[in-house]
Ligand binder design. Structure first.
Ligand code: MD3
Ligand code: FE
Length: 215
């Protein structure tokens, strides 16, 4: 068993991915004790579900949301919505620990101030993936995006501005935070299929919190 896979990123610090994109290695580790109970409360209120794409395919990752609005997809397409279509109720409020982490990370990356109104929570199990895509549903594209990785590791694909541009592979581990803004905000990106693994705190899954200013 390779224990390195489970350790939070050994190298703390900042790695530049682009002019306005960076990885803050291990930045969320100090928040995990507060994040996990908050995540469980969100999951209990609005459980993870695999959404349908407009093309009729079931998405590989399971999702839920918290905050004023949440990302949803069905046969009609994808959009932000204030009501969880599964529960018929508003999405759970964004936990304070989530919001504080997102703000601190944007500040640390030099892309603050950031006041997110939406947090998409993706849940990957071994084999789950996310194909190359752009995030173009948010009204305010000048706001950055903050992404927090928890649990088993994944390889993030960091592409260019065209679908066919060569993508760089960036390993993301428990506690890593990525911040995108400015000219890097509209890059194509995705997640390679996850390898089988287990994480002592999060279990055999990868949780990704993606904070956005959607409304
Ligand atoms: C890069 N999620 O939910 S991190 C997504 O790890 C999504 O679950 C992936 O892509 C995940 O849309 C990747 C989030 C992310 C979000 C926006 C980006 C990465 C980005 C915008 C530009 C470049
Ligand atoms: Fe995305």
């Amino acid at each position: 068993m390779n224990l390195e896979l489970f350790a939070p990123s050994a190298m703390e610090g900042t790695e530049e991915l682009g002019r306005h994109a960076c990885v803050l290695r291990g930045f969320a580790v100090a928040f995990v004790e507060e994040l996990m109970p908050a995540l469980h409360a969100v999951e209990r209120e609005s459980p993870f579900r695999r959404m349908m794409t407009a093309g009729g395919h079931t998405m590989s990752a399971a999702m839920t949301n918290c905050g004023e609005c949440g990302w949803v997809s069905d046969r009609r397409g994808y959009r932000y919505a204030a009501i969880d279509p599964e529960t018929g109720r508003p999405w759970p409020a964004m936990p304070d620990a989530f919001r504080r982490l997102a703000r601190h990370a944007a500040d640390a990356a030099g892309l603050g101030p950031f006041d997110p109104d939406a947090c998409l929570v993706n849940c990957y199990v071994p084999g789950s993936r996310m194909g190359l895509h752009q995030d173009s549903n948010e009204k305010d594209r000048s706001a950055p995006i903050v992404s927090v990785s928890l649990g088993i590791p994944a390889v993030f694909l960091f592409g260019g501005h065209g679908r066919g541009d060569k993508a760089r592979r960036v390993p993301l581990c428990h506690g890593d935070v990525v911040v995108w803004g400015g000219e890097d905000r509209m890059r194509f990106h995705g997640i390679l299929p996850l390898k089988p693994a287990d994480h002592p705190v999060v279990g055999p899954r990868r949780i990704n919190l993606t904070f956005r200013k959607a409304g």
